[in-house]
Design a binder for this molecule. Sequence first.
Ligand code: F3S
Length: 413
Amino acid sequence: MYLSREEESILQGEQGDTMRRMMEILVALGDIYGAERLMPVRSAQIAGVSFKNIGEAGLEWISDLRGRVAVPSILNPAGMDLERWREMGIDGDFAARQREVVRAYERLGITPDCTCTPYQIHRGIVKEGDHLAWSESSAVSYANSVIGARTNREGGPSALAAALVGKTPLYGYHLDENRRQTHVIVVDADLKGADYSALGFLVGRIVKDGVPLFRLRARPEKDELKALGAAMAASGSVALYFVEGVTPGPGSGSTSLGKDLGEEKGGKINQGIDKKIDKEIAEKIALGRKDINEVYDKFPAGDAEIVALGCPHCSRSELERIAGLLEGRNARKELWICTARRTAEACPDLVARIERSGAKVVCDTCMVVSPASERFRKMLVNSGKALAYIPGLCGVEAGFASTEDCIRVAEEE
Ligand code: F3S
């Protein structure tokens, strides 16, 4: 990989040992994937925060680093609510180690926001066309697909290296040639809410690391796109998808797919160009209501002991909806609503309305990365990503239902 004089000098250790080690990571990655050169990034989002996942060895590695990040950088969810960890049933030893991890990152100049939805809380951390070094798979999918930015799914060390150096190797989803659809998914059903999670759960399994292009009947909301991408990233390893007429298109990263294809008024796509696109792709898959319903049927609520919403972290509008659904109701089961601390702090009234029902608004963490989930036998979720990860990563059985049904189940004794 080509290195500028300054990059070469960092590699020779002229800016200290930490920077040398970070540059070594970037060069190794670039060499493995055949990158031509390094590319400046606008921001970094760093995984490897939950002490449950990184343990003592990870904490030691991070604590050993010196320096300041070169670009705005924030963290993935931690293993607990950094303030209300006792209410989650987290023990004091874990809490102390977790706080040390966050402090070690903070010493490097990283903002201690622990969230998988950086785009919901920091305007300016990403915009269309930006190159990024983000780690968390749902955030990567959202940035690539909905915002039209460009990022690979970084590991914790490579995102941290990019944060400190301010650059990442130019390969993978940074390049036009890897941002073309591999499958067309035609969905002949009216979708709403958790249906998008179910759809993502199915499609991720089918396309694996492909780039699906969806033809949907109606325009999904942003939170529905967030859920769709998160589910595909977990049940498969999809890092980029398109929704015809909705998301930014392949190629330039600066025009909408609808415009690329000659979108007509009312969201219809020009049929001639439509056919041309079909010929170029590898596979066309049709899914309907029956397929979506099978996901709900296969993972029933059963005797779930806990209900957890907010994977990916809830937006303000999702908190609003949940507060409305919980009005005048009583959560008899443990009910967690996961969100970013900044999102919760921006709407204390909504948090109070939700918690009046007995639910807990849980910040900085989530049902998958916190060890607090492990004391339950079965968890009910409205997220395809949580559905895919909870059994393997938490050893907890998972059920799947719409948000309304999740709240109904949380009310039951
Ligand atoms: Fe976020 Fe945790 Fe889900 S990191 S996407 S809430 S698994």
